[in-house]
Every structure is written in C-alpha cells, then in structure tokens.
Write a protein that binds this ligand. Structure first.
Ligand SMILES: C[S@@+](CC[C@H](N)C(=O)[O-])C[C@H]1O[C@@H](n2cnc3c(N)ncnc32)[C@H](O)[C@@H]1O
Length: 270
C-alpha cells in the first residue's frame, strides 16, 4: 500500500484536510498528510480521547456487524467505509457468514484506490466511489447493484457518518435509503454528541471540520434519535457506544472505554 506521507497520488488534494485521512491518523495509519495531522491535532486538543474513541467506534462497528450477521444478514452496504483498517466489515461478517457480500462506499478517491487494491481478488466485496449526500448515486452505482440484491434484507452501515448530514437533508437521504431496503434490513450508525461536553470543545471541533469539505454537527440524543426514523432500534436502543451490547465484544474492544462522545444504535426495518 502506498504511503501518502512520501508520495501524493494524482487527483488527491494534499492542501485541504480530509476526514478519511484524519481518521486514518486517529487510528495510527500512515495514509495522511501534514495538513490532516495538524487538523487532527486541533481536534485532539478539544477531545483528548479521540484515538481511543476511534478504536471504540470500530469496536461498535464489529459488534453491530456480528449482530446483523447472526440475524441472517448476508449482504452489507458500508457507507463512508474509510481507509481499510483492522477488522473490516467483510472480515467480521465472514466469521459468521462465509459468503457474505460487502459493498464499501466512500467519496474519497484514496479510499477507493486502497480498497480496490486490497479487495482485487475477492469477487464478493467491492468499493464504490459515491456520495452519501446523493443516496441514489450510492444505490444505483453499478458496483452496488452488482453485489446487493435489494429484494433481500441488507445491513446498512453509516458508522460515524450521519453527523455529516444537515437536518435539512436528514429526511431525504435516510428516507431514500430506507425506502430502497427490504423488510428485515438494518441500519447501524454512530453520531457525535454535545451531551456532557463543554460547548467550547464542541465549537472547536466543529470549527476544524468546517475547514474540510465535510462539516460535522454534534447533536443531543433527542436530536440524533430521528435519524433512525422508520427503523426500530434493537436492544439496548440508542445509547452511548460503550453501552451497546458490550458483552459481545469478543475481545476486540479497547480495554479503556470512552463512549460518551458517540451515540450508536442498530435499527431494524419491519
Ligand atoms: C470518520 S470516517 C468513518 C469511517 C468508518 N465508517 C468508521 O466508522 O470507521 C468518514 C469516512 O466517510 C467518508 N465520507 C465523508 N463524506 C462522505 C460522503 N458524502 N459520501 C461518502 N463517503 C463520505 C470519508 O471519506 C471517510 O472515509
């Protein structure tokens, strides 16, 4: 895999921080530029737990994929999947369902390049370059329709993604995705929260992300709940991620839990 510290690829903007590369830096990856590290360090000033939180967010992803696979989900649409890291969705799903199919969707060409290289030999996984803000682009992408049968239940992941949606687009983006899904489908998602945090810290982090193409919006639990409209949250409901079925960690969650910056839920479409 190419190390972006030394060799920027054509078409990749090293002058603007990218959320994919900032997140890679939080997870101690190598695929980031100085501008990403500077932005991430400004986030860390307001949220010193960010590294642990990113790990805990990944652990929530893994628990929720296992949950959905155990409910019989055989195909997953991972929207805003990020750069490949340990415990990717297809690896976790296949511990339970060996022939699970996974479409990774991301708007960042670096993610597509790395994902495509990693998954080249796997005909049940793919990467689609598409924009969550235009859900039909995600649903109708040829790579999506090649692997996902929308007549069957789908496990949709929007992990650490719905906080990039404005309130104005919440209904249209999530409604379009929900309406495309067969009964029995699931939505797994996490969202940053204002609750329990100093407004100055939240303002600082929102300010950093406002300098990227991907502004972020911290919200209260009551404001996050409507993002799951049309899905019934499975037990234990919408909770901080440290509280979401922690007993099913299966040893891969960080020993120290942070949780309180992120709410998460898995919703079921009846
Ligand atoms: C914070 S990372 C989350 C990665 C992964 N879901 C996780 O929780 O570990 C956000 C990812 O979403 C991608 N992204 C941001 N805006 C997007 C959009 N409008 N459409 C698709 N992907 C997007 C970024 O490129 C980045 O890879």
């Amino acid at each position: 895999m190419q190390d972006l510290r030394s060799t920027p690829s054509p078409g990749i903007d090293p002058t603007t921080a990218s959320v994919a590369r900032m997140y890679d830096y939080y997870l101690h990856g190598k695929d980031n530029f100085q501008i990403d590290r500077d932005a991430a360090d400004r986030v860390a000033q307001a949220m010193p737990e960010i590294g642990l939180l990113a790990l805990e967010n990944r652990a929530f992803l893994r628990r929720s994929v296992r949950y959905m696979a155990r409910q019989g989900i055989r195909q997953f649409l991972d929207i805003g999947s990020g750069l490949p890291t340990a415990g990717n969705t297809h690896e976790i799903a296949r511990e339970i369902t060996p022939d699970a199919r996974v479409v990774y969707v991301d708007s960042d060409p670096v993610v597509r390049a790395h994902g495509s290289a990693l998954l080249a030999a796997d005909d049940r996984t793919t990467v689609a370059l598409a924009d969550m803000h235009r859900p039909r682009e995600v649903l109708d992408h040829p790579e999506t329709t090649r692997l996902i049968d929308f007549d069957e239940p789908v496990g949709v992941l929007m992990i650490a993604m719905i906080h990039f949606l404005t309130l104005e687009e919440r209904g249209s983006v999530l409604g379009t995705l929900r309406d495309a899904l067969a009964p029995g489908s699931y939505l797994s998602s996490t969202h940053v929260t204002t609750e329990g945090h100093a407004p100055e810290a939240v303002d600082q982090i929102e300010g950093v992300y406002a300098t990227t193409p991907t502004p972020i919006y911290f919200r209260s639990k009551a404001e996050i709940a409507p993002f799951f409209e049309g899905f019934t949250p499975v037990d234990p409901g919408l909770v901080t991620i440290d509280q979401w079925n922690p007993e099913s960690d299966e040893g891969d969650a960080p020993a120290e839990k942070i949780g309180t910056w992120l709410y998460g839920a898995v919703g079921h479409k009846a």
